[in-house]
Design a protein around this ligand. Structure first.
Ligand SMILES: Cc1ncc(C[n+]2csc(CCOP(=O)(O)OP(=O)(O)O)c2C)c(N)n1
Ligand SMILES: [Mg+2]
Length: 363
């Protein structure tokens, strides 16, 4: 029988030992996500983006800190609040922006939109709109990595899959089935719950679950669980790095709760009437970007001018992403029939709509 442990967050400040360049990259990545999201909100309000759109502002430290603990080839997967993860994984913002605008220059040729950021070269497997749907897929990604690394390539260690989900997803059946499988099959997968306190308008405290200590969910499956401060990128890294290393070494799943907050509404159409301005301001006062910049200014060679030049560089990058998007046309109607089946010679292989209808009628 396995031992169930709720581990304390790391007590070693691993992040503080990292070089200036690494911390500068984290700050840049968080600034990029923030700027990107601000421009996204503006474009949405100007009706340039259609469909659902969920903003990641406030949660930047989770994606940036957690991904920093992984190898670049470790697969990741997330829910619909996915722009931040895509950018932190290295997706060029132009592909991310064009995707949201439904343009051919987007990462999924504009056919996925805001909720479906995919980036195979960076091992990012979406962007999923069904709450909890990414959890079993993550188990599959971990299984595939374990099988390939251990059985086919005979490597000493395996890749680690990281699955991000929201606090609301913990109440989905898919999550529980995936956790059970991950446990019994010894899968190297880490479920990272971004506990931003709310599932749409319902708060965890008011009752999406009676298990208010979210780590208790993992105990039922004999999986180690840890809770970390998701508003501090250094703390996220400090908490995640030993877990990732352990998961890779011992080929076991893990569960992490990152306590965070979304500054904006659930989606662009949410007036946030279920919470107070005071509450929002309390969290905004712990802003992860300001926290890291403050650390770098007091502990490292990093001045106000360095911050300004990073901020300027990301503004330029996001402006260029908008230009790329504006120059990129919507996908052609033929694109409706591509990327549907893995086998390109399946029933829909890019034939034009009228021709297909004719073929169907003849059958
Ligand atoms: C299976 C399913 N049920 C309901 C919904 C509607 N829905 C969309 S987001 C959401 C809340 C999820 O909250 P959480 O998992 O905490 O993620 P967050 O939005 O806070 O990032 C719900 C209920 C859905 N998309 N899928
Ligand atoms: Mg939530």
């Amino acid at each position: 029988m396995s031992t169930i442990t709720t581990r304390p967050a790391a007590d070693e400040n691993l992040a503080a030992k990292l070089p200036d360049e690494t911390l500068r990259k984290w700050l840049r990545d968080m600034l990029l996500i923030r700027e990107f999201e601000v421009r996204t909100m503006q474009a949405y309000q100007n009706r340039l983006i259609g469909g659902f759109c969920h903003i990641y502002v406030g949660q930047e430290a989770v994606a940036v800190g957690a991904l920093a603990a992984l190898e670049e080839t470790d697969p990741i997967i997330t829910a619909y609040r996915d722009h931040g993860h895509a950018l932190a994984r290295g997706m060029d913002p132009k592909y991310c922006m064009a995707e949201m605008f439904g343009r051919i220059g987007g990462c999924a040729k504009g056919k996925g939109g805001s909720m479906h950021m995919f980036d195979k070269p960076h091992h990012m497997y979406g962007g999923h709109g069904i709450v909890g749907a990414q959890c079993p897929l993550a188990a599959g990604l971990a299984f595939a990595r374990k099988y390939t690394d251990e059985v086919i390539e005979n490597r000493a260690s395996t890749g680690v899959a990281m699955c991000f989900l929201g606090d609301g997803a913990l109440n989905q059946g898919a999550f529980h089935e995936a956790m059970n499988l991950a446990g019994v099959l010894h899968l190297p997968v880490i479920y990272v719950v971004e506990n931003n306190g709310y599932a749409m308008g319902t708060s965890v405290a008011r009752g999406t679950t009676m298990a208010h200590e979210l780590t208790a969910k993992a105990a039922a499956y004999g999986i180690d669980a840890t809770s970390i401060d998701g508003m501090d990128v250094m703390e996220v890294y400090n908490g995640m790095k030993p877990i990732v290393d352990r998961c890779r070494r011992s080929v076991q799943p893990a569960f992490v709760e990152a306590r965070t907050y979304r500054y904006k509404g659930h989606s662009m159409s949410d007036p946030r009437k279920y919470r107070t301005k005071d509450e929002e301001q309390q969290y905004e006062a712990q802003d992860p970007i300001e926290k890291l910049a403050g650390f770098m200014m007091s502990e490292r060679k990093f001045a106000e001018a360095d911050y300004d030049s990073l901020a300027k560089a990301v503004r330029k990058q996001v402006r260029e992403a908008r230009q790329w998007t504006d120059l990129s046309p919507p996908p052609d109607i033929e694109e409706l029939y591509t990327d549907v089946y893995a086998d390109a010679w399946g029933p829909y292989h890019g034939t034009s709509l009228p021709l297909m209808m004719k073929e169907t009628q003849q059958e």
